[in-house]
Structure formats: C-alpha cells, structure tokens
Design a protein around this ligand. Structure first.
Ligand SMILES: NC(=[NH2+])NCCC[C@H](N)C(=O)O
Length: 590
C-alpha cells in the first residue's frame, strides 16, 4: 500500500495506546484529538474519561503523558488547563511524512483509497433536448463532475448517467413541424457548430409553438404525432432522433467549453427507460405501494400535503395512461440497482426538485428497490443569483445563455492574464489558453467553493479577482512555484528531515499532511466545497511561507534551499491534484 499514515492519525494512535495503558478499564476510549492554535494538536478526551472513572483529570492526563513514549514522532506533550493535552510533533516527523507523500509510487501523494469502495451511479449534467441549457444545468455539471473525480480517486466504481429530458408531449409538435418542413435539420452533425445547432432548435421550437397555438388543425396533427411517437412508429422516431442529435451537438459544445468530459454512452435520457415503464407500474400496483385514484396510479405519503391539507400523491401513471417524470425516475432506479448493481445512487439536481426525489426514493424503498445496502441521495443545489441577489437574468429579464456567460468569463479572465503576460513572457497562444483555463476555472470554483445547497451570486468581477478565495489565486500560487523551480537552476527539491523548521514551514507541512484525510472526507460526504476551502488555506499558508522564508536566497545553506524547494514543490503538486479533482486546470506559466 502506497498510502501514507497522516501525522494526525499517528499521534492519535500513540495517544490512544497511552490512554488505554493509563486507564485499562476504558481501553478503546477516544482521546479526541483536534488541531490547536497553542500546539500542533490538542487532546480533549481526558476530562470526560476522568469523570467517568472518578479520577482527577490532571492526574490522569499526567499519567497519559508518562505513557507516551518520547521518540521521533512527538517532540513535546504537556498537560494544560483542567486536563487537556497539548502536543507538538517533531520537525523530523513532519518532513519524513511529507517525503513519503512526495515519493508515493502510485503518484497519489500518499492519499489512501476508501475503506470499502462500492459502485455509485451518479445522475448529473442532464439538460433538456431542444432547449437552451441554463445556469442550473451548469451547477449540476460542475458539482457532478467534481464528485465523479473525487469518488473515482478514492477507488469507487462510478457509473455516470446523464438523464437528459428527451421525451414528452412537446415532441409531437416539433416532429409534426419537421414532417411538414422536411429540409430543416437536414445536415450532418459535423456541419454545424453548437451555437448553430441551438439556434436551429430554437427557431424550430418557436415556429412549431406558433403554429400549435394558432392553428387548430396543426394542433390535432401534432397530438396524433405524440401517439405515433409513443407507439414507436419508425418514421416518427427517426424524426425525434434528429432533435436529440441536434441537441447533442449543442450540449457537447457547452461541455467542451466547460473543459469537461461527457461521454455519449453515458447519456441515457428519459426515453431510455420507456421499455420499463409498464413493468414499473405493474410492480408498484401489485405490491400495493401504488393505488388507483380517479383513474391515476398514485403513491400517497402521510407527510406530503397541499396547501388545502389534502394529500399530494406521486403520480406514477396518469388517468389517460400516460407516464411522466416519476415513472421514468422509478424505472431508472430499478435499472441502476438491478442492472448496474449500484450500492449508492446520487442525483445532482436543483433543490427545487427535492420533494419529487423525496417521494420517488420513499416509493422505491416501499417497493424494496432501495434499502440498507442500496441508498439514494439527492445532492441538492441552490439557485444561481445575479449581483442584485435575484435569480440570474439578463437585463431584459431573459434567462442568460450559458454559452454567452462562459464566453464572458473567458474574456474577463483573458484580460487578467494579458495584464501580466508580458512580465511572464507569454505567447499569444498561451494567453488564449490560459484565459480559458482561468475563466472556466473561475466559474467552476465559484460554484464549488460554497456549500452546494446555498444559493450563490454569479459575480464575474469577484470570480476573476486575484485576491481572495478564487481559483485564479490558487492558479497563481501554483504558477509561482513553477517559476521558482525554473529559477532554481541546479538546485533541486530534496527533503532534509535533519533540519529545524521555521513556524511557517511547519504550518505549511502540517496542512500538506492533511490532504489525504481531507480528500477522503470530502468524497464520503460529497462536499467539494471543503476541498476548495482546504486548497485555499494551503495557498494562503504558501503565501505566508514566502513572506517569512526565502527560498532561493544566497544566504541559505544548500540543504535549506533544497528542503524549501521540496516544500513548495509538494505544495504545488498538492494544489494541482486538488484542483484536478475539482475539474480546474493549473497552467505552469501564468
Ligand atoms: N433523474 C433526474 N430526474 N435527473 C434530473 C433531470 C433534470 C431535468 N432534465 C431538468 O432539466 O430539470
């Protein structure tokens, strides 16, 4: 195993052993080790244990101290206050630990895999066919992609599902219009750009809608078309496929702009479950989970009521026999659990759909499809707000086009990059590339650095700011290390555990030591914002380190230069790995 035991965990183990030696009757007691301002760590567990054992806490603490074998790991341990322990680890232990991370043969910086990895099916990045993507789709894609990277990094088997909205009665109108205007969408996928594809769809949608609302005969033909579609009429299906294909051209262009890999086979839209819908309903009805109510097949919940106090059911099948969103999601659960063999189902979907998922999951539980060994969670996210704190709209009150938004972010970022480009000696090509990485990184980081459930303000000025909790701050921290490494000439990074560390070096080292635990924690709790917070703190400690410690000073002995290069290099590698998990690039020169 290439994983490296963290100092926290090593100290914890030492203390737990000392504690059980001092107090054999509570052999598996937790010393409650925490980070501390006064020392590296503080153990808070003794007070409660002493109380339980009717012992004097300070005396018990002193006994624990006596049991801690002084050695390479712990430099200092002392009793403080009513019975806390302050613990300082040795400089040697810090550097040796970091050296083990740096030389991890698996290239994972010593980050362990999860204890019991399983299979997770994650539903994210799910726009709708023939419709413009909006900022909500952006959030799902960005958060989902980070969770995918994190889970895969910890050894989980991840199956991605893009549950696009590709079915429904609106297609009757679109298909009928296409039937009557056969030359529309008559091109190869390679002949149109994403933007052209979207504008084609938009034009068709508006034209079809216009006819549908004004022309009764067209309306009738469109309704008949829905029946043909549902019956699987091959010609109708072929026309429906054209809309799906045209939409995919557009989706892929947005995902590419987002610098995100979305794979075609992972796109299994609502239509992908059509064959399962009848069976899903039959199973629910036969087991009594769903009941007929006024012709519709419904599932009722004690705690879901409308404003009038009447129960609001989940409708699995409408009274006219049609299936809706819920039937599709319930079928998708069966597919994911029984065919894909998932242990965990994740849904990265807007918080406004929380009631839907609550009812769908509860229905699946009642049906026995979900249970102790298969669980489902919605990673609900909040709304994207404009600078004014209201839901994000253009000045004219329209929804903002995702493409325009991303283009603007890249434009702003390119200006920021260009400002410094001359000093760094960047070519025009590098400016363009970095502008993309900084702009897209800014958008992703702004989304990922606040807890997903919270609404956040989309503020481009703030997002590309060089100071503060932004991706570009982290990207500059990374690039600065690369520039130092280039300037170092002959001197190469090398760990020197025999050296005494300055306070800023220790702080940086201890933060690097926490990387593995942070990644595991963040992956287990699906909270990428905690990884962003970790990385921001790491970059801030790097800044403090530069202020207090010269790296390439001629006054430094060679070992000090090497050891400091080692520290900044490992910091950069950790930043790179962390940013990669968030889907953000770290250019070498910026
Ligand atoms: N399994 C699901 N229902 N996933 C979410 C789909 C999101 C839906 N297409 C929308 O745009 O709102």
């Amino acid at each position: 195993m290439a994983s490296v035991q963290s100092l926290t965990s090593a100290v914890h183990q030492r203390l737990a052993n000392a504690l059980s030696a001092a107090l054999p009757e509570s052999a598996d007691a937790d010393p409650l080790l925490r980070r501390s301002d006064r020392a590296d760590f503080q153990a808070n567990g003794i007070l409660a244990l002493a109380k339980k054992a009717k012992a004097n806490p300070r005396e018990l603490a002193a006994q624990v101290v006596a049991q801690v074998t002084a050695g390479d790991l712990i430099k200092d341990i002392e009793v403080s206050g009513p019975g806390f322990l302050n613990i300082t680890v040795s400089d040697r232990a810090i550097v040796e630990n970091l050296a083990a991370r740096a030389t991890d043969p698996a290239g994972r910086l010593g980050v362990p895999q999860a204890d019991a990895p399983g299979t997770t099916v994650i539903d994210y990045a799910q726009p709708n066919v023939a419709k413009e993507m909006h900022v909500g789709h952006l959030r799902s894609a960005v958060i989902g992609d980070a969770v995918v990277q994190l889970l895969e990094f910890t050894g989980e088997t991840v199956v991605r599902r893009h549950h696009i909205g590709d079915w429904g009665t609106q297609f009757g109108m679109l298909i009928q219009y296409l039937e009557e205007h056969p030359h529309e969408l008559d091109h190869k996928a390679s002949e149109v750009s994403g933007e052209e594809a979207m504008s084609n769809l938009d034009r068709l949608y508006k034209a079809a809608r216009g006819l549908f609302d004004s022309d009764e005969e067209f309306k009738t033909r469109a309704r008949r078309r829905v029946v043909d579609l549902q019956a699987g009429d091959p010609k109708t299906l072929a026309m429906w496929q054209k809309f799906v294909d045209e939409s995919k051209i557009y989706f892929f262009s947005v995902f590419e702009k987002l610098d995100m890999e979305i794979r075609d086979p992972d796109i299994v839209g609502e239509s992908g479950y059509n064959d399962m819908l009848a069976e899903t309903c039959r199973l629910l009805e036969e087991s009594g989970v769903a009941v007929r109510s006024e012709g519709a097949l419904c599932v009722f919940f004690d705690d879901v009521k409308g404003p009038d106090g009447n129960p609001v059911p989940l409708i699995v099948q409408k009274s006219d026999g049609g299936y809706g969103y819920a039937a599709t999601d319930l079928s998708a659960i069966r597919d994911r659990v029984f065919n894909l063999k998932a242990n965990t189902l994740l849904y990265v979907v807007d918080a406004r759909q929380s009631l839907h998922f609550k009812m769908v999951f509860e229905t699946a539980r009642r049906a026995g499809w979900l249970g102790e060994d298969v669980t489902a969670h919605q990673l609900a996210f909040g709304t994207v707000l404009g600078k004014d704190g209201k839901p994000f709209k253009t000045r004219a009150g329209e929804t903002v086009k995702l493409q325009d938004l991303l283009d603007e972010a890249v434009e702003r970022a390119t200006a920021v990059v260009r400002d410094k480009a001359e000093k760094v000696g960047l070519s025009e090509e590098e400016i363009t590339e970095n502008g993309r990485y900084v702009g897209i990184g800014a958008v992703k980081y702004a989304d990922l650095s606040t807890s997903a459930v919270r609404d956040y303000k989309f503020d481009l000025d703030q997002m590309v700011s060089l100071n503060g909790d932004t991706s570009v701050y982290l990207q500059y921290a990374y690039a600065r290390v690369q520039s130092i490494l280039r300037k170092a000439g002959e001197a190469r990074p090398a760990a020197h555990p025999e050296l005494e560390l300055a306070p800023a070096e220790r702080e940086l080292g201890l933060q690097l030591d926490r990387f593995g635990e942070t990644v595991l924690e963040v992956a287990a709790s699906y909270e990428p914002h905690k990884l962003a917070a970790y990385l921001y703190q790491l970059a801030s400690l790097l800044t403090t380190f530069y202020d207090q410690c010269q790296v390439l000073s001629a006054d430094n002995p060679a070992e000090v230069v090497e050891n400091r290069l080692f520290l900044v290099d490992l910091t950069a590698r950790t930043l790179h790995q962390g940013m990669t998990l968030l889907g953000i690039r770290t250019p070498d020169r910026l």
